[in-house]
Design a protein. Structure first.
Length: 230
């Protein structure tokens, strides 16, 4: 597994656990608001962290760290994801998988094999605007819907989350998302911010008033909705 980044500790990315974060490269989406443009568009240009460094660190921190977040990029596009997660599990860690949900087959394997203990899936937008927001003209939204349905069956603890961009989201979108994810366990909204390394241009953050209104809309059908600012 090629890993391009290691954040040695986080208190917020894995709910309830002290964790490390591992960043894979490449992605099957091109979201214009993506904060890791270089990692997505040109992963070969990014440094690679050797396996021995990663697992040496995880071995050393056993008992201090509780979990490992595998994120990207998009982890599920990599053929060696499952054995990599299994290796982390063998050290006694709980593993959180971040995904865009476009590979429901890999998601299912990760969950049913016991390799993923928690899943965070990004909901990019309402179905009608999914391709626009994911930056992929010909996108099979049925794959996204399959992953949503699978997680909502309750096979593993999970969360859905949306990065909100002023130019891409409106009330109608969140009304539709609220219907699509009605009854889900946990939903987070994240306010877009320009890190300086994003794929698109001309994007801005929604106002605090907009964010509160979107939370209110989702809360009509989802019991646990909150704001997570990064």
């Amino acid at each position: 597994m090629i890993i391009h980044g290691l954040q040695k500790m986080t208190l917020v990315d894995y709910p309830g656990k002290v964790a490390a974060i591992l960043f894979t490269g490449a992605c099957n989406f091109r979201c214009p608001f993506c904060q890791n443009a270089a990692l997505v568009l040109d992963p070969a240009s990014e440094p690679v962290i050797p396996d021995e460094e990663i697992f040496g660190y995880l071995e050393k921190r056993r008992g201090m760290l509780e979990g490992v977040v595998v994120t990207g990029g998009e982890p599920t596009i990599h053929s060696d994801l499952i054995p990599f997660m299994a290796r982390i599990k063998d050290l006694g860690y709980s593993v959180k998988l971040d995904t865009n949900g476009y590979r429901p087959d890999i998601l299912r394997t990760a969950v049913e094999g016991g390799y993923a203990n928690y899943v965070a899936m990004d909901i990019k937008n309402s179905i009608g605007k999914y391709a626009l927001t994911a930056g992929i003209p010909h996108l099979y939204t049925s794959l996204v819907e399959e992953s949503i349905s699978y997680l909502m069956e309750g096979h593993v603890p999970y969360e859905f989350r949306t990065t909100v961009v002023h130019e891409l989201h409106d009330d109608k979108d969140f009304e539709e998302i609220g219907r699509m994810c009605a009854g889900c366990r946990r939903y987070y909204l994240q306010t877009f911010s320009d890190s300086g390394d994003i794929i698109g241009k001309g994007l801005t953050a929604p106002s605090p008033e907009d964010m509160e209104r979107y939370i209110g809309i989702l809360s009509k059908t989802i019991g646990n909705v909150s704001l997570r600012d990064r």
